[in-house]
Design a protein around this ligand. Structure first.
Ligand SMILES: NC(=O)c1ccc[n+]([C@@H]2O[C@H](COP(=O)([O-])OP(=O)(O)OC[C@H]3O[C@@H](n4cnc5c(N)ncnc54)[C@H](O)[C@@H]3O)[C@@H](O)[C@H]2O)c1
Length: 158
């Protein structure tokens, strides 16, 4: 049985994904998490919810152990609009946060879903029929963090 942890659930993707996962796997098997609590959010009210700042590895460890998590959907991140203004914060969350999630994935042998972005491409990438393996020279710090994240995930041993 899957025991799923979802990070960054109060964002655009998480608010859509969590109810869907709860419907498929059951509310008791999907643990929604976010850095802050939003009291009126249906995601917080209608299932398991934990406070989790992904830059805090001890919080990740506690939740993974508590619920015997075996699958992580890692959505917590800073997107371009905020991140380009504060690249150090973006790097801390998108890269160091991902590394901490990957360490939990490695030590607990979890499955991981981590979304990339169209931002990995740049002006040198072919815009039509873009091949799977192609030029990825992004022009934003967000894009750099997403392509670096892709490469980091590929390094994770099976
Ligand atoms: N929305 C899109 O169209 C889109 C497209 C491609 C990829 N993605 C990727 O999907 C993922 C989720 O995107 P989104 O659109 O839901 O973003 P979002 O900004 O709406 O949500 C991200 C959430 O992460 C939270 N967060 C930030 N720092 C955190 C921390 N330290 N600990 C815990 N939570 C933290 C934010 O508070 C926010 O609620 C990201 O990896 C993003 O790159 C999104």
């Amino acid at each position: 049985m899957k025991k799923i942890l979802v990070t960054g659930v109060l964002g655009q993707i998480g608010t859509e994904l969590v109810p869907y996962l709860r419907k498929i796997y059951g509310a008791d098997n999907v643990i929604a998490s976010a850095r802050r609590i939003k009291k009126n959010s249906s995601i917080v009210k209608e299932g398991l919810f934990e406070l989790l700042d992904i830059t805090r590895p001890e919080q990740i460890e506690t939740i993974v152990n508590k619920y015997e998590i075996n699958t992580i959907y890692h959505l917590a991140s800073l997107l371009s609009a905020t991140g380009e203004k504060d690249p150090l914060a973006l790097w801390e969350i998108n890269m160091n946060g991902l590394l901490k999630i990957l360490e939990a994935v490695r030590t607990h042998r979890c499955s991981l879903f981590f979304p990339s972005s169209i931002a990995v491409f740049g002006p040198d990438s072919p815009p039509d029929k873009t091949p799977q393996d192609t030029i990825t020279r992004p022009t934003s710090i967000y894009g750099v963090s997403k392509i670096s994240g892709e490469l980091l995930c590929e390094l994770l041993p099976p």
